[in-house]
Design a protein around this ligand. Structure first.
Ligand code: GDP
Ligand code: IMO
Ligand code: MG
Length: 426
């Protein structure tokens, strides 16, 4: 498996941290290709739990080079704090490489993120307020600051002054807020730059060389396909491309460099933030999913909305996400339900939708068409072999595989790295 992309096939929090960490055991390079510290990837090793927001899960292993690619947006203060947290806990982050082309999250991005949400009122996206959207906005408006700018103080100050001047107009005149001081920001960020300098690199070249040399490279996606800026439930999405396509531009490689795209889906669905969610449950079953699954955001602590598995959305995520195989996560969370439901279509105004509708309105007013399956109602957290899964659990997994249209190759029944086994047959 020289080059594997790990992609969330839902609205994030599928268990990418766990799987990226698992795959990183045999890897040489693990790369984040999009997003920023809106991500929260949990890794559980023995008694220890790590929540990483920017540094790829592979950092845990001394043999791995962790990389933050050009497609990411980086809050340097958060990155330095994460490196310190790891060092304090005995993990050496010194091999970390950061793309010189990645964009920098500035204090005014964080401010604008909160302000825009407040002004959207009931239309708000429910962002993580980490400045992600405004940082990508500046990138595409071509007024963003890149990591490399920090090492050219004159250019950095000039660019910063221009963008702060314009941003201050918006902040003071539109939002009635205090202005930022460009020279104060410059001092603060030049300080971060000195500390980050040993890590800044041409990561596109580094990854390309690793692939050329036959090394094992893992691309660790953040968020999920349904949060993709192009293919997700816009505007209730993030501002980058979590799909496998995003891995190409977000690192600087070509499609032929990728061998395998592993999509991750929970055995049910969760979503944090606003936006449509056809199979969302508002009853005690949804409550039980939150409780048993520990469905509270890693980054913001918000309660995640939960519901039955949506095979329509999953099939769509497999298609637009370029997913070639799936890992089925958190199967153990469904153990207490005597009946399990899977949405196989949507019904809206008398029309049946077997595929993800092109008109998003349908997602808000549809009734899912459910197929009911028998639950297994026994604890499966100790299972480590396909043959030891109860028959009803195997039937559930096989039905998902059939509906998704790609093989399920991995099953996860607990947060521990060891609570994972390959799907067998029969
Ligand atoms: P990510 O953002 O995709 O990395 O996922 P998060 O870390 O935000 O959320 C996944 C949560 O589920 C974490 O708390 C994991 O420790 C936990 N987890 C991962 N796999 C499993 C599993 O198979 N079963 C259970 N019960 N928990 C899991
Ligand atoms: P991981 O990598 C779940 C959601 C936010 C909000 C929307 C936009 O841990 O799976 P943003 O701050 O990105 O502008 O917020 O996207 N969101 C996530 N939801 N998991 C994540 O990351 C998320 N990152 C962003 O809740 O709805
Ligand atoms: Mg998460």
């Amino acid at each position: 498996m020289p080059a594997t992309v790990v992609v969330g096939a839902q609205w994030g929090d599928e268990g990418k941290g766990k799987i990226a960490n698992l795959l990183a055991q045999g890897a040489d390079v693990v790369v984040r290709y999009q997003g920023g510290n809106n991500a929260g990837h949990t890794i559980v090793i023995g008694e220890e739990t790590f929540a990483l927001s920017l540094i790829p899960a592979g950092v845990i292993y001394p043999n791995v080079t962790p990389v933050i690619g050009n497609g990411c947006v980086i809050d340097p203060k958060v990155l330095l704090a994460e490196m310190k947290m790891l060092a304090d806990r005995g993990i050496d982050p010194s091999k970390l490489k950061v793309s010189s082309n990645a964009h920098v999250i500035m204090p005014y991005h964080r401010k604008l993120d909160s302000l825009r949400e407040r002004y959207l009122g009931r239309q708000q996206i429910g962002t993580t307020k980490r400045g992600i959207g405004p940082a990508y906005l500046d990138k595409y408006a071509r007024v963003g600051i890149r990591i490399q700018d920090l090492y050219d103080p004159k250019i950095f100050r000039d660019k910063l002054e221009a963008v702060v001047k314009e941003t201050n107009k918006v902040l003071t005149k539109v939002y009635n807020q205090l202005a930022f001081d460009a020279s104060e920001i410059a001092e603060e960020y030049l300080g971060y730059a000195t500390r980050l300098e040993p890590h800044v690199d041409d990561t596109a070249l580094l990854v390309w060389r690793a692939i050329r040399d036959g090394q094992n490279v893992i691309f660790e996606g953040a968020q999920g396909v349904l949060l993709d800026i192009d293919h997700g439930t816009y505007p209730f999405v993030t501002s980058s491309n979590p799909t496998s396509g995003g891995a190409l531009t977000g690192v600087g490689i070509g499609p032929a460099d990728i061998d395998r795209v592993l999509g991750l889906t929970k055995a049910y669905v969760s979503r944090v933030g606003t936006g449509p969610f056809p199979t969302e449950l508002f009853d005690e079953v949804g409550e039980a999913m939150v409780r048993v699954g520990g469905e509270y955001g890693t980054v913001t602590g918000r309660r995640r909305r939960c519901g039955w598995l949506d095979a329509v959305a999953l099939r769509y995520a497999v298609r637009v996400g370029g997913i070639t195989e799936l890992a089925l996560m958190k199967l153990d969370v469904l153990s207490e339900f005597p009946t399990l439901r899977i949405a196989t279509g949507y019904l809206s105004e008398g029309v049946e939708y077997p595929e993800f509708p092109r008109q998003q309105r349908v997602l808000y007013n549809c009734d899912p068409i459910y197929e009911d399956l028998k639950g297994w109602t026994t604890d499966i957290t100790g299972v480590r072999d396909w043959a030891d899964l109860p028959g009803d659990a195997r039937t559930y997994v096989e039905r998902i595989e059939e509906l998704a249209g790609v093989p399920i190759t991995m099953i996860s029944v607990g947060p521990q790295r060891s609570a994972t086994f390959p799907k067998g047959t029969g």
